[in-house]
Write a protein that binds this ligand. Sequence first.
Ligand code: ADP
Ligand code: MG
Length: 378
Amino acid sequence: MKVGILGGGQLGLMLAESLQRLSAEVTVLEPDLESPARSRLAKVVAKPFNDAAALKGFFAECDVVTFDSENVPAGPLKPWAQQLRPSLTVLETSQDRAKEKTFLQSAGFPVVEHRVVPVGVDVRAAAREFGLPCIAKSSLGGYDGKGQFRLKTEADVAAMPADAPGGWVLEEQLQLHAELSCIVARAKGREVAFPVFENVHEHHVLDVTTVPASVEAGLQQQARQVALDIARGLEVEGLLTVEFFVGTGRAGARRLYVNELAPRTHNSGHVTRQACTVSQFDALARILCDLPVPEVSLHPGVWCMGNLLGDVWLAQGRAGGALDLSCWEQYPDVVDVFLYGKREARPGRKMGHFVVRGSDQSQVAARARAFRAALSKR
Ligand code: ADP
Ligand code: MG
């Protein structure tokens, strides 16, 4: 099997490793010359995602192609839509917040109160009318909180940019009780939901993921069912990650909301490499190679994945690359550390992650934070 991956970030790299274990031939298209895939894989084509000639050659070399980010431009992929997993429609729906919200709402899935503000419409007037506090999110291109503005006061409204790529979506600001994610692996006639993860974000970036989640079982069951239903509704062939909020909004009740969709492996799913009988990367690799994905179960224990951001490298006085891991000795419950090999450490940049095994949710998250704090000492 010849498999192409559009995007050579850490998600693309880990997927490539799973594919190679199945003897698939992997080619990556990734413009960044210092991407994780580039430093660790043989076949990386360094061309822009909208380079028609490069795409033609890339698709000619592959039986199927997937992507490691929903921000790859969809338009240029049209001629090769047949080879894309999940489909071009899934990519188009999930990369545009306005389309995504409209799909979710019209299909009857629970979403926050929101308003789509198309390009050319006055977003400031729309925000005042929608009501503060709210969050303005650019429709296209955002990730890790980029392209988002929290509007609490009239001054925030006056200070926000007038335009955003693809226009805006305004959302009510929830009082968050928890954030969850659920990954569904789906192939012809078969679908498997992973256990529900509980996610904590810091400054809009994922900080730690814990599994099993600590929210009540009924909500977890609902999240799994909604994730399966969305994957079915979109006819996903591949992976779909659904991000959820458990929160209280203008409607006044604590409930589950679908936040956004990622038709790919997900940062929160890194924990599956140790915690689950099948990892998210192995599940997608098998689907791409036409192999079966069995029911996924959790290994005994409570598991926590912690992200390592560039800040940890900077705290160690390092520009990037390797990290001093000597304090690991004191943390035998840290079962894995994965460094992505990015050469330039920047604050907030995802540079690696680790997984801790423990006995209960708050203990394991505390251990994860302690390990990261220890790494951050010079
Ligand atoms: P991204 O594409 O950057 O992941 P998200 O829409 O998932 O964008 O927002 C990032 C984070 O910001 C969320 O995980 C959550 O912590 C917070 N957030 C986003 N939307 C809301 C909202 N409507 N109410 C409360 N918090 C929100
Ligand atoms: Mg998100």
